[in-house]
Ligand binder design. Structure first.
Ligand code: ATP
Ligand code: MG
Length: 317
């Protein structure tokens, strides 16, 4: 394992959420927030909390929404030197309201916010040049500057003997679109692939779980961890080994951020030399604990908290 922090690039946002379930934002209602958010930010904050070296490439506005994110990331041990501060664009934001059935309605401002201005700055190069691991998220690739950053950082990390992980985090409809070739290349290059649900099948283009796993290893993927929501997760090794981890029984208050906390925890445990089974248990705990807290980043947890959670929480059988 190469030395150097785990790094990620992408949107840093605030999230503002409706306190009551319902449908969207068509009438006045009670909102709560701002909470620090953005999938890459949630991910890297959890890496930092676990004591893993962590850094993020991003852009926020010169406003309170930017400051509250930077303060949180710094507090949790994340290097924010490569977060650009825009004088012109405000920090990105997402309004979310849960529907009675658990679905979500969103109003976003990302593309036209500071987050949409992310590009390969000198500070971003400096961070990439000392990184030991690059985590890539499919959902962020729609930001124009991200492709160049991923290309540069991927090369820099590889040159140092480092590794990469990829969370496809992308709808089937989009994978088939213009970015199909890039998406396939990122899957092929991933030392660790972190799909959730059907993303595994979509990444392989195959409709059977085991066949999809086999096909992905044939393409060069190093290891696969499949997220199954409340049902837990599964690990697949290139040699055909498999470990299943049952989900913890928790009350789901806010599912946003579970996948990012999970992935960050699995990766950080592995980078610290833990075997897959133990890393998977910690990751399951991190994902489950995160859904019990309102606010996407409010459930991030260090090893002490995760140990307590594991000892005190029942699992599905
Ligand atoms: P996101 O919704 O943030 O994109 P995801 O779809 O990538 O997440 P999930 O499978 O929803 O990933 O959640 C990641 C992990 O968190 C799961 O594999 C599981 O370990 C844990 N988890 C998520 N939701 C629950 C839940 N309701 N109960 C217990 N554990 C959960
Ligand atoms: Mg989910």
């Amino acid at each position: 394992e190469a030395v150097g922090p785990t790094i990620v690039a992408g949107e840093i946002l605030v999230e503002i959420m409706a306190t009551e379930r319902g449908f969207g934002f068509l009438e006045p209602q009670t909102l709560t927030g701002p909470f620090p958010s953005g999938a890459p930010a949630i991910f890297i904050d959890q890496v930092g909390r676990l004591g893993g070296g962590a850094g993020i490439i991003g852009c926020v506005g010169r406003d309170d929404f930017g400051t509250l994110n930077l303060e949180r990331l710094k507090r949790d041990g994340v290097d924010v030197a490569a977060v650009d501060i825009s004088d012109r664009f405000p920090t990105g934001c997402a309004f979310v309201r849960y529907r009675p059935d658990g679905g979500r309605d969103f109003v976003y401002n990302i593309a036209e916010s500071a987050a949409g201005q992310i590009h390969l700055t000198t500070a971003a190069r400096v961070l990439a040049d000392k990184a030991g691991h690059l985590h890539i998220m499919g959902s962020t690739l729609s930001i124009a500057g991200l492709k160049e950053i991923v290309a540069y950082a991927g090369k820099a990390v590889r040159a140092r003997g480092g590794s990469t992980s990829f969370d496809p985090n992308m709808r089937k409809e989009l994978i088939a679109g213009a970015d199909g070739a890039l998406f396939s290349a990122l899957v092929d290059d991933a030392d660790l692939l972190l799909p959730s649900g059907d993303e595994l099948l979509a990444a392989a283009g195959i409709d059977d779980e085991q066949q999809a796993v086999t096909a992905l290893f044939a393409r060069g993927v190093g290891e696969i961890v499949l997220k199954r929501g409340a049902d837990g997760s599964s690990w697949f090794g290139a040699d055909g080994a498999r470990i299943d981890c049952a989900g913890f029984l928790v009350e789901e208050v806010d599912p946003t951020g579970a996948g990012d906390c999970f992935g960050a925890t699995y990766l950080t445990c592995r980078r610290q030399g833990m075997e897959p089974g133990k890393a998977l248990l910690y990751a399951n705990a991190a994902g489950a604990r995160n859904v019990t807290r309102r606010g996407p980043m409010e459930g991030v947890a260090g090893f002490d908290v995760l140990d307590q959670f594991i000892a005190g929480t029942a699992r599905r059988t």
